[in-house]
Design a protein around this ligand. Structure first.
Ligand code: C2O
Ligand code: CU
Ligand code: CU
Length: 495
C-alpha cells in the first residue's frame, strides 16, 4: 500500500491524528511469512541509555576498558525474551569515552560460541589495533589493543568485523559507541544521558514469539525490518529536562537509510558528522543517515513540548516505510541550556594538493569492488603515509555506501554537485545513491605497516559480507612499489 492510499484509508476509518499513525506502514518490508506485523506505537517506554565507561587513567596514565562479548537474552518486545548478543550485557555495549591525547587499552574477551572481532569504526589508529577481519578473536580468547587517541572530538562506534559474518553479529546486537572529547567541545550540551543523548537506530524483524527474524544475507539488501529499536528500546520516549538537547545519532542498522525529521517539521541544527564538529551549526528540518554514519544534532524544546522524531520513506530503495522512532516529552520548566555557539571549532578542510593521486572504485551488483570480490590475502591499494588523495566512487546500480577505515574524508562532490552544508563535514562513511558518483578528499594517517591492511567497503553489511570490500596498507612514502601485495590468510580465519 502506498502512503497516500494508507492515509486515505486511515482518514476514512477515523484513525488520523494519532502520533503513531504511520508506524508499521512499511510497504517495502521484507519479512518472512510468520513475521509479526508491527502495531501502532504510543512511544511510552523510557529510552535505555547505554552505561558509560570512562575509567580514570591508571598509574601508567592509561585508560583501561573491558569488553566481554556474550550471548544472552533481552526483552526487546514487551513480555517476549529474545536471544541476543552484546558487550558486557545481553544487547549492545557500554559507551566508552576518552579524550584526545589519552592512551587507551581495551581487553576484549570473546565468550561467544564463534570467533569475532571488534573494530573501532571512525578511530584513527594503527592497523594492527583496528579490529578488522585480520584481528580475529577465537571463542574463549582475549585481544588487547592499545593506542593513543589523536583526532578531534567525535562520535565513533565499535562493532564486530569477522569476514562473512559481520551482518549476523551486528544484527544480534554487538555494537556500541566510543565518544572522543577534546578541548573544543565545551559550549555544547554535554551531560551524558541528560542533555547529550545517544540514539543508536536499528531496524529488526521479529517472529511472533519474539525471536530476531530475517536473514541478514538474503536478497539485495539483507535486513530492512519493520520494528525500529533506539538503544535497544522498542517504542521509546525520552524525558527532556533542558531547553536544548544534543542527540548523537548512529545508524547502527544493517541496511536501512533513515531520513530523520520531526513530525511537526521543527528545525534543528547539525553540529557534527562522523569525524567531528562542523565549522558552524547547519540548520535543517531533515537529515539522511546511511548505515554506519553518525551525526550530532542540537534540538530546542519548548516547555511541555511533545515531539516525535521520525524516519520518512523518500523513495530510496533502503529507506522503505515511514516510522516513528522516539518521542521527546519536555518538562514544564526545563533547565536553561547554553546558547548554540555560532562557531563550533577549528574546522580544517581537507584540500587535495595539486596533482593529488586519484583512485577509482566502481560498484556493480553487491559482491565486488572494481569487479573483484575481497580477498583477505590481496592488497588492493598501497597508500603513502600522510597522503591526501581523491577517491572517486562510481555506483552503477542501486543504493550503496562507502566506508574507509582509519581516515577522515570530506565529500568534494556528488554527481558533479559540490558538497554543501553538513554534507561537507568530516566523515568516514558516505551514502552513494544508485547511479551516482561521489568524489572524496581523503586524509590518510601516518602510522605505517605494510603487512596489516585496513579495509574499505560498502557498509550495507550484507554487501560487505558478500565481498564488496577491499584492503589498503599505509607505507613509508617511496616504498609503494616494493612492498608485498599479498599476505598470508589471517590467523583464525576459516572459510
Ligand atoms: Cu563499521 Cu569496516 O566498518
Ligand atoms: Cu570502520
Ligand atoms: Cu552496498
Amino acid at each position: 500500500m502506498n502512503r497516500r492510499a494508507f492515509l486515505t484509508l486511515a482518514a476514512l476509518s477515523g484513525l488520523a491524528g494519532t502520533a503513531g499513525l504511520l508506524s508499521g506502514c512499511s510497504s517495502g518490508s521484507s519479512g518472512g511469512p510468520d513475521r509479526h506485523p508491527a502495531p501502532p506505537l504510543d512511544l511510552s517506554v523510557p529510552l535505555r541509555i547505554p552505561p558509560l565507561l570512562h575509567p580514570a587513567p591508571d598509574a601508567d596514565g592509561v585508560r583501561r576498558y573491558e569488553l566481554t562479548m556474550l550471548a544472552g537474552s533481552s526483552e526487546l518486545l514487551p513480555g517476549k525474551p529474545t536471544a541476543t548478543w552484546g558487550f558486557n550485557g545481553p544487547y549492545l555495549g557500554p559507551t566508552l569515552r576518552a579524550s584526545r591525547g589519552d592512551r587507551v587499552a581495551v581487553t576484549v574477551r570473546n565468550t561467544l560460541p564463534e570467533a569475532s572481532t571488534v573494530h573501532w569504526h571512525g578511530m584513527r589508529l594503527p592497523a594492527a589495533m583496528d579490529g578488522g577481519p585480520h584481528q580475529m578473536v577465537a571463542p574463549g580468547e582475549t585481544w588487547s589493543p592499545t593506542w593513543t587517541v589523536d583526532q578531534p572530538a567525535a562520535t565513533t562506534w565499535y562493532h564486530p568485523h569477522p569476514h562473512g559474518a559481520t551482518a549476523r553479529h551486528v544484527y544480534r546486537g554487538l555494537a556500541g559507541l566510543f565518544l572522543l572529547d577534546d578541548d573544543h567541545d565545551a559550549a555544547l550540551p554535554s551531560a551524558y544521558g541528560v542533555d547529550d543523548v545517544p540514539l543508536i537506530l536499528q531496524d529488526k524483524e521479529f517472529t511472533a514469539d519474539g525471536a530476531l527474524d530475517g536473514d541478514p544475507l538474503k536478497g539485495t539488501f539483507g535486513i530492512l525490518g519493520d520494528r525500529i529499536l533506539v538503544n535497544g528500546t522498542y517504542n521509546p520516549r525520552f524525558d527532556v529536562t533542558t531547553e536544548r538537547v544534543r542527540l548523537r545519532v548512529l545508524n547502527g542498522s544493517n541496511a536501512r537509510l533513515y531520513r530523520l525529521s520531526f513530525a511537526d517539521r521543527r528545525r534543528f541544527h547539525v553540529v557534527a558528522t562522523d569525524g567531528g564538529l562542523l565549522a558552524a551549526p547547519v540548520e535543517t528540518d531533515s537529515l539522511p543517515l546511511s548505515p554506519g554514519e553518525r551525526a550530532e544534532i542540537v534540538v530546542a524544546f519548548a516547555p511541555g513540548d511533545d515531539a516525535v522524531l521520525r524516519t520518512l520513506d523518500d523513495g530510496t530503495d533502503i529507506a522503505r516505510g515511514d516510522f516513528d522512532l522516539i518521542r521527546f516529552a519536555a518538562a514544564a520548566r526545563p533547565a536553561p541550556s547554553p546558547a548554540l555557539p555560532a562557531v563550533l571549532g577549528a574546522f580544517e578542510p581537507i584540500t587535495p594538493p595539486r596533482g593529488a593521486k586519484v583512485r577509482r572504485f566502481t560498484l556493480n551488483g553487491h559482491d565486488a569492488i572494481n569487479g573483484e570480490p575481497v580477498d583477505m590475502s590481496r592488497i588492493d591499494e598501497v597508500v603513502p603515509a600522510g597522503a591526501v588523495e581523491i577517491w572517486e566512487v562510481r555506483n552503477n546500480v542501486y543504493s550503496h555506501n562507502f566506508h574507509i577505515h582509519e581516515v577522515a574524508f570530506q565529500l568534494l562532490d556528488g554527481s558533479g554537485r559540490p558538497a554543501a552544508g553538513y554534507a561537507g563535514g568530516r566523515k568516514d562513511t558516505v551514502f552513494v545513491p544508485g547511479k551516482s558518483t561521489v568524489r572524496l578528499a581523503v586524509r590518510f594517517g601516518t602510522t605505517t605497516d605494510p603487512s596489516a591492511p585496513y579495509m574499505y567497503h560498502c557498509h550495507l553489511l550484507r554487501h560487505e559480507d558478500s565481498g564488496m570490500m577491499g584492503q589498503f596498507v599505509l607505507v613509508e612514502p617511496g616504498t609503494e612499489d616494493t612492498v608485498p601485495r599479498t599476505l598470508p590468510a589471517p590467523a583464525g580465519h576459516r572459510h
